[in-house]
Design a protein around this ligand. Structure first.
Ligand code: FCB
Length: 456
């Protein structure tokens, strides 16, 4: 049943446009990740990941929510792909669950798990949608966590083994392979503030983990290459443009350091084969990370990539004390300031500092208190406005000469938002978790028009 009765939500016809047309061939997409939507947590041989464990640890996730069922996408994927087609998506970014493919965290491959992703890939091609797959969206097999997880160098090798197995099976049918989703979030939320699995608050561990994640990226790039002829590979870091909160030289210095820890720590080793000196010095005071960097590691980490996937949600403003400051309105997410210009800035900056690598926006969006009203509609006009302004910011970056290929809204549909459980809704499509009914929000209709006209 179509969910997108065109304009069914809009009393007054199409949303106003800004008249910004994107280059021909620009790709409009949407993104999700495995644990956040799939459910079927024990189906077909899937083993627990660190997130299954974390959700079962009392007090970690709002309302004790888990991804056991989530949006039930594992069973309802065909209908979901139909909705993507109705929307007109050119690209769908999803993630592959490591614990479905290698339940023990190492070979052999679980064929049933692999088959699910083949059905997704085939189903997308049948509908004229290009698949984009992320190999790691935070669901480390618990079996590997039990051996130290990302603190253990061996996990990077296990990741490369898994990446090789998946690409050996799916290869060029997936034209874009992304290695790690937001390694920084694993470091900061998983190991520094403890809000995400595995829930540590330990800087010493955190930066060892950062190095092993980057190593995993590089090893995976090398392991996947022989399996791919035309498909491209890149990482998917979240980048945060950092600005001084005032004009003082102290704020400028603190902002530079923040940029080192937020952005250059992840980009420099990949693009330049070196860690940024200022970030390393700060890390030295907190973590023995440097001791874990072996001779050939930076060479491996800087293995050539084909594109950079950029995830943008919020800027960071830094005061003279080094503390962060809020300068713009927040969304429902306490950490997210609305500042579209930050997207233009970070895209232009990547080009200036790291060269003309093709860029793809693989996540951007917001939660805005979405409610299903009595007439069965979700009027998320705040999302329409947010997306329109960020699309315009992407357009400005293209005008400034940035080689931006695509835009993926986070998220295709409402899902399990990590420690916030199901309370925050980030989707274009509303999910009624009781009935598992899908309902197009106002923003979905807006986005369908943007896609159809390639114009914002
Ligand atoms: C990003 C994550 C994604 C989602 C959005 C809101 O950090 O990659 O899974 O949770 O934030």
């Amino acid at each position: 049943m179509p969910v997108l009765t065109r304009r069914s939500l809009l009393e007054g016809g199409p949303e106003p446009q800004l008249g910004l047309t994107f280059p021909t061939g620009f790709v409009w997409g949407a993104a999700t990740s495995a644990y956040q939507i799939e459910g079927s947590a024990t189906a077909d041989g899937r083993s627990p990941s660190v997130w299954d464990t974390f959700c079962r640890t009392p007090g970690k996730v709002r309302n004790g929510d888990t991804g056991d069922v989530a949006a039930d996408h594992y069973r309802r994927y065909a209908g979901d792909l139909d909705i993507m087609k109705e929307l007109g998506l050119g690209s769908y970014r999803f993630s592959i669950a490591w614990p479905r493919i290698m339940p023990d965290g190492r070979g052999p491959v679980n064929q049933k798990g692999l088959d699910f992703y083949r059905r997704i890939v085939d189903g997308l091609h049948e509908r004229g949608i290009t698949p984009m797959a992320t190999l790691y969206h935070w669901d480390t097999p618990q079996a590997l966590q039990d051996e130290g997880g990302w603190e253990n160098r061996d996990t990077a090798y296990r990741f490369a083994e898994y990446a090789a197995a998946v690409t050996a099976a799916l290869g060029d049918a997936v034209p874009t392979w992304l290695t790690l989703n937001e390694p920084k979030t694993v470091v900061q939320n998983g190991y520094l503030n403890g809000g995400h699995a595995p829930g540590f608050t330990d800087p010493a561990k955190a930066y060892v983990v950062a190095h092993h994640l980057l190593l995993a990226h590089g090893l995976a790039v090398q392991a996947m290459r022989p399996n791919l002829d035309t498909a491209r590979i890149g990482p998917a870091p979240n980048l945060h443009p950092c600005y001084p909160a005032d004009d003082s030289p102290e704020a400028a210095a603190q902002t530079l350091l923040m940029d080192g820890l937020e952005n250059r720590l992840y980009l420099d080793p990949i693009f330049k084969g070196e860690y940024p000196a200022d970030a390393l010095e700060a890390i030295d005071a907190m973590s023995p990370m440097a001791k874990y960097v072996q001779d050939q590691d930076l060479k491996i980490i800087s293995s050539p990539i084909d594109l950079l996937a950029v995830q943008y949600y919020t800027p960071i403003y830094v005061a003279a004390t080094g503390e962060t400051v809020q300068k713009h309105p927040l969304t429902e997410a306490f950490w997210q300031q609305i500042y579209p210009q930050g997207l233009t800035d970070i895209l232009v900056r990547v080009k200036e500092d790291y060269g003309d690598v093709p860029l793809s926006i693989t996540e951007n969006g917001l939660p805005c208190g979405d409610v299903l009203d009595a007439t069965g509609k979700v009027d998320d006009s705040a999302r329409v406005e947010f997306l329109r302004d960020h699309f315009a910011a992407a357009h400005a970056a293209i005008e400034a000469g940035v080689n931006l290929e695509s835009y993926h809204v986070w998220s295709f549909m409402d899902n399990f938002e990590w420690q916030e459980g199901f309370e925050q809704r980030w989707g274009l499509i509303y999910v009624d978790y009781e009935s598992q009914q899908r309902i197009a929000k106002r923003s979905a209709l807006y986005y369908a028009d943007v896609i159809a006209t390639n114009t914002v």
